[in-house]
Design a protein around this ligand. Structure first.
Ligand SMILES: Nc1ncnc2c1ncn2[C@@H]1O[C@H](COP(=O)(O)OP(=O)(O)OP(=O)(O)O)[C@@H](O)[C@H]1O
Ligand SMILES: [Mg+2]
Length: 263
């Protein structure tokens, strides 16, 4: 019998294989992520991190292997059940991916309007609340995406990912392009939500400060597999050329030293 959705892993990948033509990207990915973890997914550029996130949310389907979300095979169930599952996670794509023809407010309200009928007042309040969470002003709701800076696009996309109060957040480079102050506010926001809501988070990041400050586990994607899934402390002990380059280079050593001072 399968574990109940509440007790088993939130995300379970087994034997995931991905191929684009002759390009073998994943060759047997195994990874179980438990509720409440904040997992930093790291790997070289082009190693298949974004593609893995896309599999997890069902945007793409691996050539082989299983993907389970909340204890259920991703592609099982009726359309109705799949939509219900869709409401349980929020996503921030690598490129921000706001709807350019919609204002900031309409972008944030979009997942809510898709789910239920809400009055204009309810929507206004919700949008203001989510904007406040990402340290933006209510009047920013009226701006169009083209009028935002890169960092603001990220924050609006995060506000939208949080609109339905998800159990699971998938974030692709959430702090790329944010200044250090904004990055640390982002870290505080996510840690707070984890406390409050028991949120599970998977984030792809190259930002070692963010990684060291917030992740409970690090998943290393290299050689087309997950070569290590452990706490940061234990990850550092793993001998692998990618881990060596990523964590023990100059920038890595500085970030880790800062994290040790703070925590
Ligand atoms: N739709 C697609 N069609 C063909 N090849 C693809 C497609 N999507 C991704 N790839 C290839 O799969 C590999 C992994 O891409 P992916 O975007 O997942 O990497 P990544 O780890 O997210 O990299 P980065 O850190 O640069 O964002 C790359 O070689 C890429 O060219
Ligand atoms: Mg990517």
């Amino acid at each position: 019998m399968r574990a109940t959705p509440e007790s088993g892993p939130v995300i379970s990948l087994s034997g995931v294989v991905t191929r684009f033509g002759r390009n073998l990207v994943h060759d047997g990915i195994d990874l179980d992520i438990a509720r409440g973890e904040i997992v930093a997914l790291v790997g070289g550029s082009g190693s298949g991190k974004t593609t893995l996130l896309r599999h997890i949310i069902g945007l793409t389907r691996p050539a082989a292997g299983e993907v389970e979300l909340f204890g259920e095979p991703l592609h099982d169930g009726s359309v109705h059940e799949q939509i219900a599952r869709r409401r349980r996670f929020g996503v921030l794509f690598q490129q921000g991916a706001l709807f350019s023809a919609f204002s900031v407010g309409e972008n944030i309200a979009f997942p809510v309007r898709e789910e239920r009928v809400a009055t204009d007042d309810e929507i206004r309040q919700l949008v203001a609340l989510k904007l406040a969470m990402v340290e933006m002003e209510p009047q920013h709701a009226l701006l169009m995406p083209a009028e935002l800076s890169g960092g603001m696009v990220k924050r609006v996309a995060l506000a939208r990912a949080l609109a339905l109060e998800p159990e699971l957040l998938l974030l692709d480079e959430p702090t790329a392009g944010l200044d250090p102050d904004r990055s640390s506010s982002f870290v505080q926001l996510i840690l707070g939500l984890r406390q409050e809501l028991g949120l599970t988070v998977v984030l792809v990041t190259h930002d070692l400060d963010t990684l060291a400050a917030m992740s409970s586990k690090v998943a290393v994607l290299a050689d087309r597999k997950i070569v290590s899934y452990a706490s940061l402390e234990d990850t550092l002990k793993v001998e692998h050329p990618f881990i060596e380059r990523f964590f023990h280079g100059e920038q890595g050593r500085r970030a880790l030293a800062r994290a040790r001072e703070d925590g």
